[in-house]
Design a binder for this molecule. Structure first.
Ligand code: PEP
Ligand code: MN
Length: 344
């Protein structure tokens, strides 16, 4: 007997398949927005597996047990995440690629305002910025805390942007959620399970960074922790793993994008800023990330990187943002249809 998940092709369920579903005791696994069941899981023998594989209304059969059933792929498309900006909904993991941009850390209203204005002028909808910064040294600037959260909200609202910011301490989860639209879990805390539970409990979308030495499986298990603890919306973000060469801050693992796609339908983002640590490498790697099939990129920028209080060497100048947005849109339009077709 084997465990499998099968995904239904769109359209109506033929009666022969409905009786097979009853016979093998298949359990509904995922619903479409309208409420129709699109995926089932079941434990089946070889004959039933062959029957499912040969049924035209079954789009795909995924075999084998998974240690992360909630994060595992359960439909053909991406499990898009809708974020509300007032009455509007903006989508991560939808048809359009997304740029999330902003400073490493919120430093002042003028700095944040310059970033937000540049992002909004290009049609961007997401403003990032750290209020609580995880720093390797206890002597480094650790963020402006609640004051930065307030600034993020005020400036984002002025430009109709959604706020993405990190939660570092489980005790801050509710406070950050009062100001932010997407809660980020940073690379250093990917496996802080108490933090994952606290962030899941506040019910806002979560952007989960990969830890610098996490395997894809460990990363998906952290996503599973979030989903298991009640998070409804999770977005993964590759940000580089620890390499051997100090020429780059990290080794950006772009193969993670197509490899994850096979295992999960959660949206996948790439952060080429922390992924390289080198300003000049950010645009090429953002382009490469979208070419690899990423749903979007998360990028750091600064109106005057020379005075940035953290991560200045990787901050894009605001003048580079039009090129970034152009590359992301252009490359996505070029590769998406062919990547989708090739995956089938
Ligand atoms: C960040 O995006 O602000 C950040 C600290 O990144 P990471 O957790 O990937 O180092
Ligand atoms: Mn940073």
């Amino acid at each position: 007997m084997k465990h499998c998940v099968f995904l239904l092709a769109q359209g109506h369920l033929p009666s022969a398949l409905s009786s097979e579903i009853v016979r093998i005791g298949a359990e509904p696994r995922a619903l479409e927005e309208g409420g129709a069941i699109i995926a089932y899981s079941a434990t089946v023998d070889e004959a039933a597996l062959a029957l499912l594989r040969g049924t035209p209304s079954v789009a795909r059969v995924l075999e084998g047990p998974t240690p992360h059933p909630l994060a595992a792929r359960r439909s053909l498309g991406t499990r898009a995440v809708d974020v509300s900006i007032g009455p509007e909904l903006v989508r991560l993991g939808g048809e359009q690629p997304v740029v999330i941009a902003g400073p490493c850390a919120v430093e002042s209203e003028a700095q944040l305002e310059a970033c937000a204005r540049a992002i909004a002028a290009l049609g961007g909808r997401f403003l990032r910025g750290g209020a609580y910064k995880p720093r390797t040294s206890p002597y480094a600037f650790a963020g402006e805390g609640e004051r930065a959260l307030e600034l993020l909200r005020v400036v984002a609202d002025r430009h109709r942007l959604a706020v993405v910011t990190e939660v570092l301490d489980p005790r801050d989860a509710e406070r950050v959620a009062r100001f932010a639209d997407v809660l980020q879990i940073g690379a250093r805390t990917m496996s802080d399970f108490a933090l994952l539970r606290a962030v899941a409990a506040v019910g806002k979308p979560v952007l989960l960074k990969r830890a610098p030495s996490a395997t894809l499986e460990e990363w998906l298990l952290s996503a599973e922790h979030l989903l298991h603890a009640g998070a409804r919306d999770v977005v993964l973000c590759e940000r580089g793993v620890r390499g051997f060469d100090p020429a780059a801050r990290n080794l950006l693992d772009l193969a993670a994008v197509p490899l994850l796609r096979q295992r999960t339908d959660l949206p996948i983002f790439v952060d080429p800023s922390h992924g390289t640590g080198v300003r000049k490498a950010v645009l090429p790697m953002a382009a490469a990330a979208v070419a690899a099939g990423a749903d979007g990129v998360l990028v750091e920028c600064h109106p005057d990187a020379g005075v940035a209080r953290s991560d200045g060497p990787q901050a894009l100048p605001l003048a580079a943002l039009p090129r970034l947005f152009g590359l992301v849109q252009g490359i996505s339009a070029l590769v998406r249809p062919s990547l989708d077709a090739a995956a089938e």
